[in-house]
Design a protein. Sequence first.
Lengths: 155, 155
Amino acid sequence: MLDLERHRELLRQCSIAAALEAVGERWSFLILRGAFNGLHHFEEFQTTLGIARNILSNRLVRLVENGILERVPDAADRRKVSYRLTDKGRDLLPVLLSLRQWGERWLSGKPSNPVLVDRLSRQPIQPMSVRAADGRVLGLNELEWIDRSEVPPAP
Amino acid sequence: MLDLERHRELLRQCSIAAALEAVGERWSFLILRGAFNGLHHFEEFQTTLGIARNILSNRLVRLVENGILERVPDAADRRKVSYRLTDKGRDLLPVLLSLRQWGERWLSGKPSNPVLVDRLSRQPIQPMSVRAADGRVLGLNELEWIDRSEVPPAP
DNA sequence: CCTGTTAGTTGCGTAGCGCAACCTATATTT
DNA sequence: AAATATAGGTTGCGCTACGCAACTAACAGG
């Protein structure tokens, strides 16, 4: 186990803080959830989420600035703007799913709808979990924080 | 694919919104990150995170109210209060790790320190990913949202 | 009893959020 | 062409949340 002082140095530069800078504001996660569920247009987000228009406008700008959504003007109808997930945005799916599964287990109590399934088997995905390099699912008591330099070379 | 109207109904009662109600405030994730890294006391959180004392006080109360941390008075020194993760709180680890890994990949660009390892092999954990029931790692194009009722019986 | 530590609370100013109304550019209808 | 509708915002205003520094209460150790 690392000592407290060592942790403090390291916590300050942790990437969680950086990530929250990009997606930690009140509505950002819910907007992204909408995007993953196929919402694309301003009015869709607004009416679906019930968010205030100015806040939605502001959050969309920020998400675009952070490269999480991209703003695609519609060629056919020049009033329309489509907001689409970038690769960076799509890569937030594990965060959203972890949060959703936690909510299902501890808050709503029931598996919610719709369900995310493997397109092939059409069976629901597994719960998100922490895995060792060999694939074993790990609990907190099987985990340990160590300094990068102390990681032994891979076997 | 489900149609837009169907999604709207379902999005409102999604557990992500409920989860954010509990842990979505500005400092909550950073406090939890601290807790996972072994912080327990008010002053530890305060000096490590640099959070304002009133906000910290308020967030701790809320996290305790939500059953994510528990408030354990110290028997030896009755000034001291230890804040410890409950099972519910510990179960947020996948969320924190997903967020951290996303930050590492897309923001800081480098794997950060300290590193979470499997206590047995002492090798770093795998990236968090979405898996099918049979264990295959799935990308977004291999995934689909369907209504719970349309899930076929397990093979 | 005096000093330091722990865990807060209070007061006050700033930043972020929510609501409703308004605005601009483009489409559609008549 | 004029009138109306639609999409994507912006503005003004009030309220809530947040940040900072100072203060407090309850202990602990000498």
